[in-house]
Structure formats: C-alpha cells, structure tokens
Design a protein around this ligand. Structure first.
Ligand code: FES
Length: 279
C-alpha cells in the first residue's frame, strides 16, 4: 500500500477545476487511454496571464491530485512563470508522491508543456494535432508499450536526476510492461551521464582559474571576517596547496578550517576529489 500525503488525498477527494473550458486559448494533452491514463488541460490566457485552467483526466488518484493541484499552481501566473513549472514542482506541491506514482506528475508537466508549446501560434487545433502527430512520428519511440520517446526519457532524467531504469519506469512508465526496452533505457541513462561528465570536465588551466576564483571570492572573505585569511600557493593534480594567514595561521582549529570549510567548499564547487594541504 502506498503512503499518500494529506494534500494528495485532499485533491483526490475534492479535485479543483475539473471540466472543460469552451474557447480555451491553449489545450494540452498527455498520456493515452491505451497506456492506462490520460490528461487534457484547458487554459484561458489574458494579457499573458493564465486566468483560468481546467482539466479532464482518466487515471488513478495521483493523476487526479496532480492535475488538480497543477491548475491551482498556474491560475494567476504569467505564461513565462508557468513555462518554468516541472513535474518535480507538481510533486513537491503535493507534499511528495510515492516513487511508483511519479509518472502522474510527469503527465501533468507534459500536458502543460503541450498546451504552451504552440500557444498563440495556431488558429486551427486540428492542424496543430496533425503537426504534432507528424513530429511525434519522427521522434524515436523507445518504449512501444507506453509510447515513450527518447526525448521524454531524457527530460525525466534531466529534471529529476534519475539514475536507474526502475526510476525511469516510475516517472514515465517506460519499461513497465514487457520490459523489452529496458536495455535501450539504460543506454539513454549512460549517454546522458557521459555527456554531463564531459561537459563538466575542466581543462587544467580552467581548473586552476576556478580554484583561485573560489578561494579569493568565497573562502577568503569568510575567513577575513574572523581576522584570518588564506592564499593559494600551488596546485599539484588534485592537491591544492594553501597557506593560512592572520588568525588562521597557527590556530589550533586550522585543520578543521581546512577540511570542514576550505576542502568541502572546493569539493562542492570544483571537483569532488580535491585534497587541501597546508604548506
Ligand atoms: S517496450 Fe517498454 S515495456 Fe514493452
């Protein structure tokens, strides 16, 4: 049995803004009945502000609660603000969702994204749907059981920091039926993190500059508040050689300052393997 927050239960039992808006300015859809749940969201937008939002869903209690709270989150917000809402925001606003139900928050995010994608840029909904179907046909479907594309999996990893196939299944449903797509999902996860690691790899010169910058602009000002200071002496691989100055020099807590503050700060901001050494 899953543990639901009070907010989830409240929104499931008393869903807000259920229904349809005639002459809506934007309509978005996500999921499909064939996959077990679906959501349609309608927005009324005036002067760049969402003045009304309604939803129709076929799904479980978490899908109802996610859709309901999403409408509350967006009414009164500007379109630009609404565009920044992610599935994580929806789940957070509900006080969390069980991992196995996170796909409901993703469905809300996707329906909203769908509604805003072409907002203000189309006059005929049938034309829009035809164009979307065409675009979707060009996307690579990874999970045929749930029609989940590579982009949808990539987005779920990026927004939620997912690292395992099981998490991808919880958030997108991909892999949750026949399981044939699991190795393809694993490949996407590996590719994502490989790409991220290569983007975050600094050249030696960039690393030195960054360390120097953090010491001068973040660490030194903090130490100076208590009459101490620090200067960078040299960098040897992952060893950062520093000299403590002022009250920090010779202080009996200098080891603590180096490890708990200087080293931790550099590890968090530059490289997890940095070791700080006093010279
Ligand atoms: S293809 Fe993904 S679960 Fe069947």
């Amino acid at each position: 049995m899953w543990d639901y927050s009070e907010k989830v239960i409240d929104h499931y039992r008393n869903p807000r803004n259920v229904g349809k808006i005639d002459n809506a300015d934007a309509i978005g859809e996500a999921g499909s009945l064939a996959c077990g749940d679906s959501l349609k969201i309608y927005l009324k937008i005036k002067d760049g502000i969402v003045t009304d939002a309604k939803f129709q869903t076929f799904g479980c209690g978490s899908a109802v609660a996610s859709s309901s709270i999403l409408t509350e989150m967006i009414i009164g917000k500007t379109v630009d603000e609404v565009r920044k809402i992610t599935n994580k925001d929806i789940a957070d606003q509900l006080g969390g969702l069980p991992p196995e139900k996170m796909h409901c928050s993703v469905m809300g995010y996707e329906a909203l994204e769908d509604a805003l994608k072409n907002y203000g840029d189309y006059t005929d909904l049938d034309d829009l749907r035809a164009e979307e179907a065409n675009n979707k046909a060009k996307e690579k479907i990874v999970c045929t059981c749930f029609s989940v594309t590579e982009n949808m999996i990539w987005d779920a990893i990026k927004i939620n920091g997912l690292k395992t196939v099981e998490e991808i299944t919880n958030y997108t449903k991909a892999g949750g039926a026949c399981g044939k797509c699991k190795s393809a999902i694993q490949d996407i996860i590996d590719t994502y993190y490989k790409k991220e690691a290569s983007e975050n790899t600094l050249t030696p010169a960039q690393k030195i500059l960054k360390i120097n910058n953090i010491i001068e602009n973040q660490i030194s000002p903090e130490l100076r508040k208590d009459g101490g200071d620090i200067t960078l002496v040299d960098i040897d691989g992952n060893r950062v050689l520093v000299k403590l100055r002022g009250k920090c020099s010779g202080c009996k807590n200098s080891h603590l300052t180096l490890k708990a503050f200087v080293e931790t700060t550099l590890r968090e901001t530059v490289d997890k393997s940095i070791e700080v050494v006093e010279v």
